[in-house]
Design a binder for this molecule. Structure first.
Ligand code: TEU
Length: 557
């Protein structure tokens, strides 16, 4: 089927099904619940829904540990419910992009259950098994979720590799049978009519040959695996094979999640003629302000410096222009909430800040992603106790750094969790101010952010000045403008640490985007004569004046 570039003109809305809408009172969001909310997503103007994993899973990592790729997790419903969702979405003109998690499976997957039975089991080579070296793990790799990346199996006397939790063994992509299995899974879903895949950590599938030790920071117990396994030697080849055998036969959208990838890597994998993926999720801007102590990496409580943020996003805008394609996101199910991290959730400024951030991102070149609740300005949950957390990454990090290695004290780590934990994004969607925010009639699987009485979708929908309607307008502007979709990008005043301003150019027209990232009144003179104001988060325009978190977009010839 002919490929076209609808995905360049699309806006994606991400749904974390566990936390979106419960329909049967068991406290867990589900597929019928999502189906009942499709009109809301359509009303926002999104074109595509990215659905986090809904496959059968023991849920050690909320669905990123799949035990059966062809069945639906019972908590979420049935295959029939899924087919109804897809059908209803298509009737409304919404596409559905699935999460494809194939760097690893669950240890409960039948392939792994077989694989660990014996060294000569036909599935042994589906995973990465190695003999011990001098009685230890085969190399010094650490897992992304803390601790070692290898687990010893007493029965067969070998270690298996797990870059994430030990319940998430890595598949052996060197084995052509594994690749064929993955292609079959993809066809299974594509033949049902799904419209694409978001591919989980897809840049980790090709491991470096010989699995060499990685560099270890002083005092670190294991090597930072990200530095050794990303962008492996056969990644291009595997993605090309995937494209040739599967993707090229369907008109679908693909985005590869690629932690650690550079613009050069992204061009390799999304290059307009390389026939691999449409775009990647890069991590540069969400990894800013990482802890200077490398062992703690993402755990910090520092605000991101605007100059760094501008530099990072602008590097991606200019490097990929005409050569690849960007995905634009502020947050997702692994990141803290947009407005809390990059703006402010102080009630006085929250709405303006959320709109300002939306403007800054949505006027860039690339495909924007809106994470559930971002469109109403949901905030971090600001937990103060460890017992309130549920995510295994957060809990593992706390135990390793506070209890075992004692490199950070309890209160500091709790501050880091409150700023960065993935759980900030995973509290249930706030639909209204009734009990449990309209998310469930039962006991929610995870406590809601108590601010649902103030921040919820129902209030947003009844206020014409809400963040929801502002996002709707941003999305509508993109749908109507080739300049916003295709225009090139020019950063203004890179060293201004208060204002993010840039221009886009296309066919003799210019878009000027100005955002005040502070609560101060500023003055900046960028405007040209005869410029038309396209959108702004204040009721009026005071010309060169920029009020707290003010953002405005002009168009001129
Ligand atoms: O995340 C990949 C990844 O790089 C994680 O380490 C993530 O960035 C981290 O949580 C942020 O600190 C993907 C999924 O999005 C995530 O939910 C899964 O837990 C992970 O893969 C394993 O499948």
């Amino acid at each position: 089927m002919a490929q076209n570039d609808w995905w360049k003109k699309s806006v994606v809305y991400q749904v974390y099904p566990r936390s979106y809408q419960d329909s049967n009172g068991d406290g867990v969001g589900d597929i019928p619940g999502l189906t009942s909310r499709l009109e809301y997503i359509k009303d926002l103007g999104a074109d595509v829904i990215w659905l986090n994993p809904i496959y059968k899973s023991p849920d050690k990592d909320n669905g990123y540990d799949i035990s059966d790729y062809r069945n639906i997790q019972a908590d979420y419903g049935t295959m029939d419910d899924f087919e109804k969702l897809l059908q209803r979405a298509h009737v409304l003109g919404l596409k559905i992009m699935m999460d494809l998690v194939v760097n690893h499976t669950s240890d409960q997957n039948k392939w792994f259950q077989e694989s660990k039975k014996s060294k000569d089991n036909p599935y042994r080579d589906y995973y990465v098994w190695r003999d011990p070296v001098d009685g230890h793990a085969p190399n010094n790799w650490g897992s992304y979720f803390n601790g070692p990346a290898w687990k010893f199996d007493e029965e067969t006397g070998q270690y298996y590799l797990h870059l994430f939790a030990d319940g998430q063994p890595d598949l052996n992509w060197e084995n052509p049978k594994v690749r064929d299995e993955v292609w079959d899974i993809m066809r299974f879903w594509l033949d049902k009519g799904v419209d694409g895949f978001r591919m989980d950590v897809i840049n980790l599938i090709s491991k470096p040959s010989g699995l060499p030790d990685g560099p270890q920071a002083p005092g670190e117990r294991y090597a930072n695996v990200a530095k050794v396994v990303a962008d492996g030697p056969r990644l291009n080849e595997f993605l090309q094979e995937m494209n040739k055998k599967v993707l090229s036969k369907y008109d679908v959208m693909t985005v590869g999640e690629m932690p650690g990838s550079t613009p050069e890597d992204a061009i390799k994998y999304t290059g307009l003629d390389s026939h691999e993926l449409n775009m990647v999720f890069q991590f540069d801007h969400v990894d800013l302000a990482s802890n200077p102590d490398e062992r703690l990496s993402k755990w910090n409580d520092e605000p991101v410096k605007l100059v760094d943020l501008k530099k990072s996003l602008s590097k991606w805008e200019t490097s990929l222009d005409g050569k690849g394609w960007n995905s634009l996101y502020w947050n997702n199910h692994d990141q803290p909430r947009t407005v809390s991290r990059f703006g402010t959730d102080e009630p006085k400024y929250r709405v303006r800040a959320a709109k300002m951030l939306g403007t800054t991102l949505h006027m860039m070149q690339g495909t924007p992603y809106v994470y559930e609740g971002e469109e109403i300005g949901m905030t971090n949950v600001h937990y103060t106790k460890l017992s309130q957390y549920e995510d295994l990454e957060s809990l593992n990090a706390y135990h390793e750094f506070v209890d075992e290695e004692k490199i950070v004290d309890k209160d500091t780590m709790l501050k880091y969790l409150s700023h960065m934990s993935r759980d900030n994004a995973r509290t249930p969607m706030q639909w209204d101010n009734s009990e449990n925010g309209g998310f469930t009639s039962g006991k929610p699987w995870f406590e809601l952010n108590p601010n649902y009485d103030m921040i919820n979708a129902r209030d947003s929908l009844s206020d014409k000045n809400s963040i929801f309607y502002y996002y709707k307008k941003l999305i509508d502007l993109r749908h109507k403008s080739d300049l916003i979709v295709y225009g090139d990008y020019e950063l203004l005043d890179p060293n201004d640490d208060k204002v993010f301003a840039y221009k886009r150019h296309y066919n003799g027209e210019t878009l000027l985007v100005i955002s005040n990232f502070t609560d101060q009144n500023l003055s900046r003179d960028y405007k040209q004569n005869e410029a038309k104001l396209l959108i702004s988060n204040y009721e009026d325009d005071e010309d060169t004046k920029l009020r707290a978190y003010e953002s405005k977009v002009y168009l001129f010839k």
